[in-house]
Design a protein around this ligand. Structure first.
Ligand SMILES: [Fe+2]
Ligand SMILES: [Fe+2]
Length: 237
């Protein structure tokens, strides 16, 4: 496996590892600032590959924040390897995620954030937004970089293939195709409303975890996903 790196928004670097056998990619995001942040750690086996690419942008031991949307191996599996590599680094997550899992999983005490709290990482304001059970996981949430209007939306709009780091093409169609295949999203009564709340942020870039990130009308893609979830939930009831 090989990991590549690309700048997808101002000072935001995407590392991508494409797993050929699965035709599936895993992205992490290095968000630069006075206090650099990593969104998604990758699984434990990914650590050497991802950290090698991060080191092409900045020394790995200068990382200050390690974060992810929810607790799952691809999102958070290597958190303790990052904490070991960067002595000043701390996991930051919503308070619920800290209480339920991360206080125990992380080798150092995490920093909990309340709903809507902004973490200023120096030249960049990162807002924590809880999205319980969306796409999955009680503790789920996203970060919104208010400075570049980039939404770190994790598994939302997952699609397969080995596309470019960033696209202005439609990713909703491929994402709905992938969702019909994987059924990774929780179709709870509040799912569509949570997605529409994210659409209201009018993100300029959607930093996607699996597939190409989107530069363009992020709100339309999130609205489309919300409508799909509504239709699917109705069909199941
Ligand atoms: Fe996930
Ligand atoms: Fe994921």
């Amino acid at each position: 496996m090989e990991t590549r790196i690309a700048e997808v928004a101002d000072g935001i670097y995407q590392t991508t590892t494409h797993v050929e056998e699965a035709n599936f990619s895993f992205n992490q995001y290095l968000i630069t600032g006075e206090q650099p942040m990593l969104f998604h750690t990758g699984g434990r086996a990914f650590f050497p590959l991802v950290s090698e690419q991060v080191a092409t942008v900045m020394p790995v031991d200068s990382l200050r924040w390690v974060t992810f949307g929810h607790v799952e191996s691809d999102e958070s599996g290597s958190m303790n390897q990052w904490l070991a590599a960067a002595p000043q680094a701390q996991v930051v997550h919503g308070a619920l995620g800290c209480e339920v899992s991360i206080n125990d999983y992380a080798d150092r005490t995490p920093r909990p954030l309340s709903e809507g709290e902004v973490l200023d990482i120096g030249g960049r304001r990162m807002r924590w937004i809880s999205t319980p059970h969306v796409p999955h996981g009680w503790e789920a949430g996203v970060f919104f970089d208010e400075t570049t209007r980039t939404l770190f939306c994790g598994d939302l709009l997952t699609h397969v293939g080995d596309g470019p780091p960033l696209t202005d093409d439609d990713i909703l169609g491929p994402a709905l195709e992938a969702e019909r295949m994987f059924r990774a999203m929780t179709l709870a009564p509040g799912t569509a409303a949570i997605l529409r709340g994210l659409a209201e942020l009018k993100p300029q870039t959607l930093a996607v975890m699996h597939g190409s990130s989107l530069r363009g009308d992020g709100a339309a893609a999130l609205e489309g996903l919300a409508s799909f979830c509504e239709r699917e939930a109705a069909a199941l009831s």
